[in-house]
Design a protein around this ligand. Structure first.
Ligand code: SAM
Length: 248
């Protein structure tokens, strides 16, 4: 059997690509990439010329069995996504699953991951933490999600895009106590890297008032709830519900 390599690529700064990552992409028979045009730029930078095949969320269930057959035929394959570590809010799971079931060697080539990069500088307690991927896109689903996380005492982390970061923080401020500490890590490893740690109210104000704070890619980290037994946690959402009940 060939081997399946799961290769992390940089999340912005090309100098973060590991020597093993570069070597692996040079030496495999085939690179399965989330976006072949995007990865071509990365390969060009390192002088890698190798066969590419598309493996993205819309074709991976269909494409995985054929790729498994290639592994069975002795070919080696590397999975890469557009940035960071494959499978973390990125394609790769169906093929990795099939490969493991078929006892093909699945070899990790570690490297950048926006989630871990942000956590490592958050100064928040990181054990345990929960990773939520992308939060829901609609306001009502987002508020439901934040409500479910409200009392979690674990640090939680999610990814957000520039289009939704402001609306997302506004929804969060309607549900969570606005003195909750959060970290917004923007454009990690890139020129405009900004890491803001403050209360939800302060971060929201900064993001609302500074256009630059709504540009780029974001990781948001939320400190877990600190619940004292003697202390009642009254949140904006609780107050709203109380108001609704009192009116009835
Ligand atoms: N697999 C990737 C990883 O290991 O981080 C994540 C892929 S996910 C499709 C892309 C999201 O990750 C972005 O929308 C953003 O939330 C986050 N992200 C990726 N690169 C980032 C960066 N340089 N700074 C901040 N967030 C980033």
């Amino acid at each position: 059997y060939g081997k399946l390599y799961v290769v992390a690529t940089p999340i912005g700064n090309l100098a973060d690509f590991s020597l093993r990552g570069i070597e692996t992409l040079k030496q495999v028979d085939l690179i399965a990439a989330e976006d072949t045009r995007h990865v071509k730029m990365l390969l060009q930078h390192y002088g890698i010329t190798n066969r590419l095949i598309a493996l993205h969320q819309h074709n991976e269930d269909r494409a995985a069995p054929a790729l498994l057959q290639k592994l069975r035929d002795g070919q080696s394959i590397a999975i890469v996504s557009d940035a960071g570590t494959p499978l973390l809010s990125d394609p790769g799971l169906p093929l990795v699953k099939l490969a493991k079931e078929a006892h093909v060697d699945v070899v990790p080539i570690p490297g950048a991951c926006a989630l871990i990069t942000a956590l490592s500088v958050s100064g928040l307690s990181v054990i345990p933490f929960s990773f939520e991927g992308f939060v829901p896109r609609t306001s009502s689903a987002r508020k439901t999600f934040f409500n479910e996380k409200l009392l979690s005492s674990t640090t939680w982390v999610f990814y957000e895009s520039s289009h939704r970061i402001l609306a997302c923080l506004q929804d969060m401020a309607e549900v969570l106590p606005t003195d909750r500490i959060i970290v917004v890590a923007r454009e990690l490893t890139k020129l405009h890297e900004t890491i803001v740690k403050a209360s939800l109210a302060e971060v929201l104000e900064r993001v609302a008032n500074d256009d630059n704070m709504r540009k780029g890619e974001f990781v948001v980290i939320v400190e877990g709830a600190v619940l004292d037994k003697s202390e009642q946690l009254i949140t904006p959402e609780h107050k709203r519900l109380l108001g609704v009940m009192l009116k009835q």
